[in-house]
Ligand binder design. Structure first.
Ligand code: 5RP
Length: 363
């Protein structure tokens, strides 16, 4: 839900997105000069021009407009021009009132309960994100891979606050998705990409399910390919999750493995995957657009609903899936997690470490 709300917020700022996209190539260690460019262009984070103008109308003027309007209506003999002036003022004031009410509703709903309170699960996501950040992001900063999804949004909020108040310095963030990039940008956090910063110190990401051997299913948000690339580029990989993601075995709670595929191969893969791996496969369809979900890499997602009655060797399954023509990557993350932060409804957070440290490409 919150993902949709945030996208809605972005859709309003088309001009802002364009200027952001133009800056993308120079988003490395963003200087204060770059930041001022950002705040200039993205004062259109105030998404619609009319809401910017209206927000500058002082409250006193609005009240005056209401009063004048009521008086003119009461006073039928008032000259026509004063009636029409007061009606215009009334319209402006009412529009502003409606806009500010809708903005309030949007921001409240974004927190998960519609009442401005975080739901128990959102609270847990936030606790996991903060605990992990406190432990693994040093105040002297680091090169940080930033995952995707609603749990990661709490991490971004934490980083925004602590970077702004100087508790964390020299941070460089590499996003795993378009949405995360937007969040980092709006939070004024310094960003880079893998071209400029190919080696990262830490990557922190959410997950859809984590089993007791630290095998993960990821890709509920369709960002799995970039998430795996950024995770692989990092020396350490930590998962942040609420208690609903903790399972004894994969499939206990989450029902499928997302697989990013080339559109050209989608139809045959929908047949090949169940024929070889069992279960069933479906093309993920978009919720608010006709047709399939298109990933940040312009690919499709196939959700493979695996057979829960048989035991799977996830390492081998991952290798087979990734060796299939047309598969870009799959949402199985096997043997790569250094630690998981699970947060529970009572507010406690448990940090679990991998029994044997995962092997990394780089030391
Ligand atoms: O893999 C992901 C996106 O591709 C997310 O990390 C995963 O779906 C968890 O998301 P959330 O924190 O919203 O539950």
């Amino acid at each position: 839900m919150s993902m949709f709300l945030n996208l809605d917020r972005m859709e309003g700022g088309t001009r802002c997105q364009e200027s952001c996209a133009k800056q993308e190539t120079s988003w490395s260690h963003r200087s204060s000069a770059a930041k001022s460019v950002q705040s200039k262009n993205c004062s259109s984070s105030c998404t619609r021009a009319d809401s910017c103008i209206l927000s500058r109308i002082p409250m006193a003027l609005q009240i005056l407009a209401y009063v004048v309007t009521i008086l003119s209506i009461l006073c039928v003999s008032a000259p026509a021009h004063s009636q029409s002036l007061s009606l215009s003022l009334f319209r402006i004031a009412s529009t502003r009132f409606i806009i500010s009410r809708s903005a309030m509703t949007l921001s409240q709903n974004g927190t998960g309960t519609g009442s401005g309170q975080l739901s128990a699960i959102e609270e847990a996501k936030k606790s996991a994100a903060i605990a992990c950040a406190k432990k693994h992001i040093p105040s002297s900063g680091c090169r940080l891979g930033v995952g995707s999804g609603s749990t990661v949004k709490h991490l971004v909020d934490y980083l925004a606050e602590n970077y702004a108040n100087g508790s964390i310095n020299n941070l460089v963030c590499v996003a795993t998705s378009y949405q995360t990039k937007r969040w980092l940008f709006e939070a004024n956090l310094p960003m880079s990409d893998l071209d400029l910063t190919p080696e990262l110190d830490v990557c922190i990401d959410g997950a859809d399910e984590v089993d007791k051997e630290f095998n993960l299913i990821k890709g509920g948000g369709g960002c799995l390919a970039r998430e795996k690339i950024v995770q692989t580029a990092a020396k350490k990989f930590y998962v942040i999750a609420d208690y609903t993601k903790q399972s004894a075995f994969l499939g206990e709670k989450y029902k499928y493995v997302p697989i990013e595929v080339l559109p050209f191969a989608a139809e045959p893969l929908l047949r090949w995957l169940p024929a070889r791996e069992g279960g069933s496969a479906e093309l993920r369809m978009a919720a608010r657009k006709c047709g399939p979900v298109i990933t940040d890499n312009n690919n499709y997602i196939i959700d493979w609903h695996f057979d829960k009655t048989t035991q799977h060797n996830w390492k081998e399954t991952q290798m087979r899936l990734n060796n299939t023509p047309g598969v870009v990557d799959c949402g199985l993350f096997v043997g790569v997690t250094d630690g998981v932060f699970f947060a529970y409804p009572d507010g406690s957070v448990q940090e679990l470490h991998a029994p044997t440290p995962p092997k990394k490409f780089l030391p």
